[in-house]
Ligand binder design. Structure first.
Ligand SMILES: C[S@@+](CC[C@H](N)C(=O)[O-])C[C@H]1O[C@@H](n2cnc3c(N)ncnc32)[C@H](O)[C@@H]1O
Length: 355
């Protein structure tokens, strides 16, 4: 009996274990994030400005992170996606990656101080040869922008530090509504298209939740796709294609689900519109469109201060415009009705279907 309980833990045990692990993970990334101001001070010598009533704001932010982690753990216990989504990174790799991220923090602080958002090595410039102006920049003041292997290797760790270990749970916001809308499908017979998949974190979570789906994952960056390919090498029915989101090389209405994660806030408005239109073109008439991205102005009034801070601290030239043009309006402009909306900390997930 006891043995059986260990092999088949109850949903409550799964939920609590997942939450315990996720909270520890969040504390780990938060403590790492606290090292960054020290490095930045060393690099740029600038005093750090804090928003008014900062301790209260941070307290509210952490209670939102906890809510998100609780929901994520609940979803795992309900079987919406497997606990495998929480598989930790090898600790030695994690420590090495932290050292590299801290080292890069120094370069980022210098770039921020000098307001250099187009800082590329000769090799990176070569990689960027055919890239349009809007994308030829160091988003977040990242070394190498999206053009280098180094940037691709550091990206996930940097993002988790920035969001206190909540980035993966934010990415997963989209999975529960999709699982429910597809009647708990395992993906059999379904074709998914991911736009701007980066290093493939959400791609892997989707594959774990919908193991029988065929996933085509696309991104403009070869360096990021290389990591995504390695991450998903043990899975079948998955293709990676280097492609621009505004001009994807697939026939009309060829996918059951078209989705993206953390893509739209980095695009100028005209490109955002083109990407929505292109995603719509590729979607079957009975398909679903989904996205996870930054919350926008007044999605959560308690966090408006963070939205104002983000484009000041990080190079995010299109973010202000993004904040003021609700994604819901872009979808309804295409004739897509939002059927599910969820907010988790600094992200929102929308699921829509053509009407
Ligand atoms: C903030 S990252 C998000 C990556 C990934 N979805 C994730 O959840 O971590 C944005 C990604 O979008 C890609 N990207 C930006 N503009 C693009 C475009 N116009 N077409 C295709 N990919 C684009 C970048 O290369 C990068 O991998």
């Amino acid at each position: 009996m006891k043995k059986n309980n260990l092999i088949n833990p109850s949903p409550r045990v799964i939920e609590n274990s997942a939450l315990g692990y996720s909270v520890l993970r969040s504390l780990n990334f938060t403590s790492q994030f606290l090292l960054l101001p020290l490095i930045e001070k060393w690099a740029d010598g600038l005093p750090k400005q804090q928003p008014e009533n900062f301790p209260q704001k941070i307290k509210e932010a952490f209670s939102e992170i906890l809510e998100l982690l609780k929901q994520d753990s609940k979803n795992i216990s309900l079987g919406l996606y497997p606990a495998e989504v929480l598989t930790p990174q090898n600790p030695i790799q994690h420590a090495k990656s932290l050292i590299n991220v801290l080292r890069d923090g120094f370069k980022i602080a210098k770039r921020r101080k000098e307001k250099k958002a187009h800082d590329f090595s000769a090799q990176e410039l070569e990689n960027l040869a055919d890239i349009p102006d809007y994308a030829r920049r160091n988003f977040h003041f990242q070394t190498g922008g999206y053009a280098s292997t180094e940037s691709a290797q550091l990206y996930e760790h940097q993002v988790e530090m920035l969001f206190s270990g909540s980035a993966d749970a934010m990415r997963r916001l989209l999975i529960a509504p999709l699982k429910q809308a597809t009647g708990w499908s395992d993906g059999e017979g379904l074709r998914f298209l991911e736009v701007g998949c980066g290093t493939g974190r959400l791609t892997k979570f989707m594959k774990l939740a919908f193991p029988k789906a065929k996933i085509v994952a696309t991104d403009m960056s070869d360096s990021y796709l290389k990591i995504a390919r390695q991450r998903l090498s043990q899975f079948d029915k998955i293709d990676f294609v280097q492609a621009w989101a505004e001009e994807l090389p697939f026939p009309n209405q060829s996918f059951d689900f078209v989705y993206s994660c953390f893509l739209f806030h980095e695009l100028p408005r005209d490109i955002r519109k083109k990407v929505f239109k292109e995603s719509h073109r590729l979607l079957k008439s009975e398909g679903l469109m989904g996205l996870v991205d930054s919350i926008q102005k007044n999605d959560d009034q308690k966090l408006n201060w963070a939205l104002d801070l983000f484009p000041q601290d990080f190079h995010e030239p299109f973010y202000k415009n993004y904040q003021n043009h609700p994604l819901e309006d872009e979808l309804s402009g295409l004739g897509i009705q939002v059927v599910d909306k969820r907010i988790g900390f600094l992200s929102k997930a929308l699921l829509g279907k053509p009407v």
